[in-house]
Design a protein around this ligand. Structure first.
Ligand code: NAD
Length: 325
């Protein structure tokens, strides 16, 4: 019998966290999850689910009251452009997420955890390298001089340094990935924190054939999107590595404009819709993952096209919408 392994997933009630809990369970881990809330779309697969606030040092100490082989720190005050780029939530974002990361690095190290994963974001890359929608630069070595375009990005960069300094001074085995737009079923799809793929799928699902949908900006801004299962494969490979710990991009290099993403959703839905461009929070003009480093170090890259993941996401959001009618 292989030895039982124990994992803690912080943010285990969120989108990526709840998928990660399922994956770790399928690999035979005993899993404790902690989050402010239980998963919104179904039961958690965790063996133990703690509802708690990781800004509170006592909660962090409590969830770390047993040995863990692996800790995954995904908890963050976050959302899509409508949440992180309006400026209305900057103080909460920077304070809440930094507090969680300071606590988890400190108490994680103190309690003797063997390994910790931290989910940083492509939002930490400098804005000045992402002004050309055709040629954004997001290689890992382009991070400095730093100039993220949001407080969300600044907090991610700061917290990378938190984990890197705990690695340097206390030997905490911290592994860091910079996620680029992760999407899939069971992610937030309405309410203000949803991200572009979910928001567009919802708008397309809600629209009558021949009608219109609203898109923020001119829709020519570019992004890449990675399906959640692919992301988790990258995360697990990074955690399993004994020689490489990042920070490293985990994303797709299939760059599309937001207009193209909307057209793809319409094609999947079988609807012809007009796009109405309206003012809205946008973020950088262009962004794409650069997977050179992760390919070289971990042999990882996405295996499916954006279209495949968008089909599954659209179908799930459409089903949610029908169920709420
Ligand atoms: P999510 O919002 O669905 O999950 C984050 C979870 O953290 C939520 O369930 C939330 O309740 C929990 N949380 C927030 N504050 C907390 C607190 N004080 N105590 C305990 N739990 C708390 O987001 P997600 O998309 O699953 O993202 C997971 C991680 O990946 C985050 O760190 C996010 O910044 C990062 N990331 C995500 C993407 C993406 O495209 N989804 C891109 C880059 C980085």
């Amino acid at each position: 019998m292989p030895e039982q392994k124990f994992a803690l997933v912080c943010g285990g009630g969120g989108f990526i966290g709840s998928h990660l809990v399922k994956k770790l369970k399928s690999e035979g881990f005993w899993v404790r999850a902690v989050d402010l809330k239980k998963p919104e779309f179904g039961l958690s697969a965790a063996d133990d689910f703690v509802v708690g606030d990781l800004r509170d040092p006592q909660v962090c100490q409590k969830v770390l009251d047993r040995p863990f082989d692996e800790v995954y720190q995904l908890a963050a005050d976050m959302g899509g452009a409508g949440y992180v780029f309006t400026g209305d939530h900057d103080a909460d974002i920077i304070h809440n997420s930094a507090q969680i990361n300071l606590n988890m690095a400190y108490f994680g190290q103190k309690s003797g955890i063997k390994k910790i994963f931290y989910s940083s974001s492509a939002c930490m890359y400098p804005a000045f390298n992402q002004t050309d929608p055709e040629n954004p630069k997001c290689s890992e070595d382009s991070a400095y001089p730093a100039e993220p375009d949001s407080e969300y990005g600044w907090e991610k960069l700061f917290s990378e340094h938190v984990y890197l300094s705990f690695r340097k001074n206390y030997g905490l085995d911290a592994h860091i990935a910079r996620f680029h737009n992760i999407f899939g079923p069971e992610g937030t799809w309405r309410g203000g924190r949803e991200k572009a793929p979910a928001a567009i799928c919802r708008k397309v699902a809600e629209a009558k054939d021949g009608g219109e949908i609203e898109i923020w900006g001119d829709g020519k801004q570019t992004r890449s999107f990675l399906y959640v299962d692919e992301c988790l494969e990258g995360v697990r490979r990074l955690m399993d590595s004994t020689t490489f710990f990042g920070p490293v991009n985990i994303g797709s290099e299939e760059m599309v404009t937001i207009n193209q993403l909307a057209e793809m959703a319409m094609e999947i839905a079988g609807k012809k819709l007009t796009i109405k461009h309206i003012d809205g929070p946008l973020g950088v003009r262009g962004r794409n993952s650069d997977n050179k480093l992760i390919k070289e170090k971990l042999g990882w890259g996405p295996t499916q096209k954006l279209h495949d993941g968008l089909v599954k996401t659209y179908q799930w959001i459409n089903a949610q919408l029908q169920a709420t009618k």
